[in-house]
Design a protein around this ligand. Sequence first.
Ligand SMILES: [Zn+2]
Length: 131
Amino acid sequence: MKEKLRRFMYGRYGMDQFSRFLITISLIGFILSLLTGREIFYLIGVLALIYTYFRVFSKNRNKRIAENQKYWQMTNRFRTSWERFKRDSAQRKTHHIYKCPTCSQKIRVPRGKGRIEITCPKCGTKFIKNS
Ligand SMILES: [Zn+2]
């Protein structure tokens, strides 16, 4: 049985990030269909699952790799803005982010220093803020 499975999987593409994403979509589809009773979500779930199986068992490696790369490129912007959001939220605990009133340059100032004069590093405008 194990040998049969091994032979069956030989030369097949297997799992990648795009397939993991499709499984997530299919799970969300099934959960939404349970919650709302709408068939369209169930259909989305089934289709995403079928497509996942198709990709995992596919023998056309190059095409699947190209799909995965395309998925990675398309989601790259979301991933980087999510990373930026996480980083900014962490900084907000220790720093204030002010915008220069003249040129809108973002300026990071440590918290808890009382009233301070800030000099914009870009245009030299001075303004006073509570940190
Ligand atoms: Zn400025």
